[in-house]
Structure formats: structure tokens, C-alpha cells
Design a binder for this molecule. Structure first.
Ligand code: MTE
Ligand code: MO
Length: 166
């Protein structure tokens, strides 16, 4: 599909058990089922996807919920400034300033079809634009934990991704 690379799906990934929890420094921690996401207004972001390994998948059309809409639902605390986004594959998480994360799409569809589990379905984070690194496009997103301080030690995505380049 769409010239993305095909990686093995880790065993800990079970799309049938999937829920998205938006938690942490928020007034209304909420679990979203896939139907809850798809009942929200969906938006499409189209962009090339370039991996640090050197390959590019051109013109991918990601459709999903703007993270800002999820944050509106949970109401982040006034002092909140960051979030840690966690994948279903154990140990893979990435930190974002909350403002930047708000602009990303949580994609549930790719190029017109439901997002396949091979590419991060049911839901994959898609931060677009020049500044986006491949490891920030988190597959199998299961938790967005809002924080007041920057999560540093918990942010493993870059190290895990770069360790695969050898
Ligand atoms: N949860 C999770 N998301 C992830 C990764 C991962 O190992 N786990 N790898 C990242 C990297 S480095 C790349 S290049 C892309 C690969 O996407 P693809 O499998 O759809 O080709 O997923 C990103 N998102
Ligand atoms: Mo990558």
C-alpha cells in the first residue's frame, strides 16, 4: 500500500483490544472507541512520508481526527504543555509540545481505505510538515498522556527507530 515500507506487526499489537485513552493533566480523562473517533469531524492531510533510513512514500492521504478536537473534549489543565503519545508496541512512545500535537491528525484511513494494522491501524498519529520525523508518526496509538512538564526519559521513539538503522 502507498509505497510505505512493510514491517512486521509486533505481537503486543491487537487491534480488537484497541481503545484510545486521553489522560494525564486533563479535566475529563476519556477513552475513545473507533466509532467515537469516526463520529467526530474527519479531516484529510496529504503529505510525503520520508524515513530517516532513506526511503520516501509520496503523496499519502491520511484521514482522521485533528488531535485538537480530542483535546477540546478532555480539556487540558491550564499548566499543561506537553504530551506523551504511546503505541501498542511496548516501549514505543514519543513526546510532543501540546501545541504541535494539536495540529497533527490521528489517522484512521489511508488513501481512502481503513488504515490497515500493518501501517498502524486502527489509529496512527500523523504530524505533517517539514519538521516531522518518521519516528513521530506513531502506529497503533493507544494513549495520549497530557503532562505539565516535558517527558524526557519516557520518550523512546527516536532511539528505538534509529536502533533499527544498523
Ligand atoms: N508504534 C510504532 N510506530 C512507529 C514505529 C514503530 O516502531 N512503532 N516506527 C516508525 C518509523 S521509524 C517509521 S519509518 C514508520 C514506518 O511506517 P510503516 O510501517 O507504515 O512503513 O513508522 C513509525 N512509527
Ligand atoms: Mo523511520
Amino acid at each position: 500500500m502507498a509505497d510505505l515500507r512493510q514491517f512486521d506487526v509486533p505481537e503486543s499489537v491487537d487491534p480488537d483490544e484497541w481503545r484510545l485513552s486521553v489522560t494525564g493533566a486533563v479535566r475529563h480523562p476519556t477513552d475513545f472507541a473507533l466509532e467515537d473517533l469516526t463520529s467526530l469531524p474527519l479531516e484529510t492531510d496529504t503529505d510525503d512520508f520520508a524515513c530517516a533510513e532513506g526511503w520516501v512514500a509520496e503523496g499519502l492521504s491520511w484521514r482522521g481526527v485533528r488531535v485538537a478536537r480530542l483535546l477540546e473534549r478532555v480539556e487540558p489543565a491550564d499548566a499543561s504543555a506537553y504530551a506523551l503519545v504511546d503505541g501498542m508496541d511496548e516501549g514505543y512512545a514519543c513526546a510532543f509540545p501540546l501545541e504541535r500535537l494539536s495540529e497533527a491528525v490521528l489517522a484512521v484511513a489511508l488513501d481512502g481505505d481503513a488504515l490497515p494494522v500493518e501501517h498502524g491501524g486502527p489509529a496512527r498519529l500523523v504530524p505533517t510538515g517539514e519538521a516531522a520525523d518518521c519516528w513521530e508518526s506513531i502506529k497503533w496509538v493507544r494513549e495520549i498522556e497530557v503532562r505539565e512538564t516535558e517527558p524526557t526519559a519516557d520518550d523512546t521513539a527516536k532511539d528505538v527507530a534509529l536502533s533499527r538503522l544498523e
